[in-house]
Design a protein around this ligand. Structure first.
Ligand code: HPA
Length: 272
C-alpha cells in the first residue's frame, strides 16, 4: 500500500472530522448496531471517500462512524469489504491504513463465524488467538512502501496478548462467557462442505469465516495492536443436520448483540 494513495483518503476524512480517533472497530455481519451508541456522530459513506470500493452485502451499512464512545474518540466501520465481493485484498484493506494515519492505535475486528470446534455453541463469543489464511492471497502482495511498514512483517503475535488479557478480564467481570480459538479464513461466498469443515478442524481451525484476515495482516503491517472477536453464529457445515444460511447468521448475531455491545464497550473503556 502506497503512502500517497492512503493520504488521499486520509486527507479527505481529516477535513470532515475535528478529532483524532484512538480506537478503530470493524463491525461484522449483524453487529453494526454498536454504531447507534456513538455520540457526536460524524458519518462518512465509503462511497464518498477517494480510493475506497463500495460495500454490497446485506446487513452491512458501508460507512465510517466517527465520534465519542465510552469517553474515547473512536472510528467504526459499519460494514466491511470482503474478498468474495471481487475486490483485491490490497483495496479491501485500505480502511485499516486509513485508520492508522488518522491516529488509531488499537483495532478491534469483529466478525460472524461458523463454529468448527464442537464444544462451541451458536451465540458464543470467541476471542481470536491466531488465524490461518486459507484464502491464498495477501493484502501485502505487490510493491511495498517502507514508509508504511516492512516488506516481511512478523505475524507471531498478530492478536495482541495484552488486548486478549484485557478482553478476558472484562468478560469475567461482566460474567460473559467467552471462548478462545483460531480463526480460519475461507474465501466464500459458498459456505463450506462438511468435508472442508473436517479438514479445517484437522488443520487447527476453531471458527471459520470469510473476512478479517486481510485486515489483520494490514493492521500488523502498519503496527496496529489488534483484538479479534468472532461471534459464533452457527455450527459449521455437517456438524448439525441442517443447511446453513445468511439469515441464520444475521439472526444469531442480533440475538447476541446486547452481550457483544456490553463486552466491546467495556473493553474500549479500559483500553490503553
Ligand atoms: N462459514 C463461513 N463463514 C461464516 C459462517 C460459516 O459457517 N458463519 C458465518 N460466517
Amino acid at each position: 500500500m502506497n503512502f500517497d494513495y492512503i493520504s488521499e483518503s486520509v486527507n479527505f476524512i481529516k477535513n470532515k472530522i475535528n478529532f483524532k480517533p484512538e480506537v478503530g472497530i470493524i463491525l461484522g455481519s449483524g453487529l453494526g448496531n454498536l454504531a447507534e451508541q456513538v455520540e457526536n456522530k460524524v458519518i462518512i459513506k465509503y462511497s464518498e471517500v477517494p480510493n475506497l470500493p463500495t460495500s454490497t452485502v446485506k446487513g452491512h451499512a458501508g460507512q465510517f462512524v466517527f465520534g465519542k464512545f465510552k469517553g474515547k474518540n473512536i472510528m467504526m466501520m459499519q460494514g466491511r469489504f470482503h474478498y468474495y465481493e471481487g475486490y483485491d485484498m490490497r483495496n479491501l484493506s485500505l480502511p485499516v491504513y486509513i485508520m492508522k494515519y488518522l491516529g488509531v492505535e488499537n483495532l478491534i475486528v469483529t466478525n460472524a463465524a461458523g463454529g468448527v470446534n464442537t464444544e462451541f455453541y451458536p451465540g458464543d463469543l470467541m476471542l481470536i488467538k491466531d488465524h490461518i489464511n486459507f484464502a491464498f492471497s495477501n493484502p501485502l502482495i505487490g510493491k511495498n512502501d517502507e514508509l508504511v511498514g516492512p516488506r516481511f512483517p512478523d505475524m507471531s503475535t498478530a492478536y495482541s496478548r495484552q488486548l486478549i488479557a484485557l478482553a478476558k478480564k472484562t468478560a469475567s467481570r461482566l460474567n460473559i462467557k467467552i471462548v478462545e480459538g483460531t480463526y480460519f479464513m475461507m474465501t466464500g461466498p459458498s459456505y463450506e462442505t462438511p468435508a472442508e469443515i473436517k479438514m479445517i478442524r484437522h488443520l487447527g481451525g476453531d471458527a471459520v469465516g470469510m473476512s478479517t484476515v486481510p485486515e489483520v495482516i494490514a493492521a500488523r503491517h502498519c503496527g496496529l495492536q489488534v483484538l479479534g472477536i468472532s461471534c459464533i453464529t452457527n455450527m459449521a457445515a455437517g456438524i448439525l443436520d441442517k443447511p446453513l444460511n445468511h439469515e441464520e447468521v444475521i439472526e444469531t448475531s442480533l440475538k447476541v448483540k446486547d452481550k457483544f455491545i456490553l463486552l466491546v464497550s467495556n473493553i474500549i473503556e479500559s483500553i490503553g
